[in-house]
Ligand binder design. Structure first.
Ligand code: ADP
Ligand code: MG
Length: 346
């Protein structure tokens, strides 16, 4: 079921945590809310869940006014960053909690609750661990219990607030794939909050990037990555270097070279800032086109090799180049670095 957020605002004192936020999560969509710390991601989830009251705006859930629906009837599953499991309850009791605390009229029978718990344990791949206490589980397992507990109430929408935020990088990557598969099986409209751009780009059907309580851009991972709407989006989605340049006739004049300008970033003739990704340079012989640089270190581990360079002009940069090129280079070599193409913002 689709979730339509229209013009939501929320201030704490005079501080606008959400400033006219509008976005639509389609039925069954996996939407990531991405943004730096303090950009309003958690506040937006809390407003949707009814844990926080918006100052203005509307939220419709498959056409119905969600903000007018009592919190208990919203059927929203919520998983937080920090395990909110009940420590004194077993995994089974944790998962069953929401079903057991239902009004008697709606409460499933004991047998139905057990069957549902077994089904959920299997769905989150924790078969056989129902008798354990949270302290006897790993961090990743606890978050899977939290997810099973959120699913137990048969929610119509799932809100996940940095659910893997407290876990180490390797466990996170494993859980990412698992969560995506789980989503494909349940088909639940899901809003997933993260400040990790890699996580958002890999997991989500679409990504909404928030900045200072506003939606900076919303689109597919490809759209955000390849057609960023602003310098902020470009910068947030990957490493980037910035150089002063001069725009003339649709080209950027940078380090004495004319370089093509990528994408739909608006540019008028005159001084501007050019943005380049670490893999956006052509390495040449000393005094070749582009920036003149001295290699400080050649790093050959990893998919791409990296050259740690000191620019003659100013500062240092670490560029990514194919292994075949890096293998011929050594610290203290002099090279030139020519941007292949740039993005330009004012
Ligand atoms: P994010 O989840 O993106 O890190 P939050 O939604 O938690 O951001 O916070 C957005 C802004 O609102 C932050 O500047 C934060 O300090 C402020 N904020 C959040 N909750 C409260 C609160 N209960 N009282 C006052 N300010 C708050
Ligand atoms: Mg948050």
């Amino acid at each position: 079921m689709s979730l339509e957020i229209t013009g939501i605002t929320k201030s704490y004192g005079r501080f606008p945590a959400l400033d006219d936020v509008s976005l639509l999560a389609e039925d069954g969509e996996f939407l990531a809310l991405l943004g730096p710390s303090g950009s309003g991601k958690t506040t937006l989830l809390r407003v949707i869940a009814g844990l926080e009251i918006a100052d203005g705006g509307a939220i419709h859930f498959s056409g119905e006014d969600l903000l007018a629906t009592p919190v208990r009837q919203r059927r929203i599953g919520f998983v937080f960053q920090h395990y909110a499991l009940f420590k004194h309850m077993t995994v089974t009791q944790n998962i069953a909690f929401g079903m057991k605390s239902k009004h008697r009229r709606e409460r499933p029978s004991k047998a139905a609750i057990s069957a549902k718990v077994e089904e959920l344990l299997s769905l989150v791949q924790l078969d056989g661990l129902g008798g354990r206490y949270p302290s006897q589980l790993s961090g990743g397992q606890r978050q899977r219990v939290a997810l099973a507990r959120a699913l137990a109430i048969e929610p119509k929408i799932l809100l996940l607030d940095e659910p893997f935020g407290a876990l180490d990088a390797k466990v996170r990557r494993g859980l990412r794939r698992w969560l995506r598969e789980l989503h494909e099986r349940t088909g639940l409209t899901t809003i997933f909050v993260t400040h990790d751009q890699e996580e958002a780009l890999e997991l989500a059907d679409r990504v909404a990037l928030l900045k200072d309580g506003k939606v900076e851009q919303i689109g597919t991972p490809e759209e955000l990555y390849h057609d960023p709407a602003s310098a902020f989006v470009f910068d947030f989605l990957g490493d980037s270097f910035q150089f002063p340049c001069e725009v003339k006739d649709g080209k950027a004049l940078i380090a004495g070279q004319e370089v093509p300008i990528l994408g739909s970033s608006p540019h008028v003739d005159g001084p501007a800032t050019a943005y380049v990704r670490p893999d956006g340079f052509v390495v040449g012989a000393p005094d070749g086109p582009g920036f003149q640089a001295r290699i400080r270190d050649v790093l050959l581990a990893g998919t791409d090799a990296r050259l740690d360079c000191v620019l003659d002009d100013d500062g240092s940069i670490e560029v990514r180049v194919p292994h075949a090129i890096a293998e011929k280079l050594a610290p203290r070599n002099r090279i030139s670095l020519a941007p292949r193409e740039v993005r330009v913002w004012g």
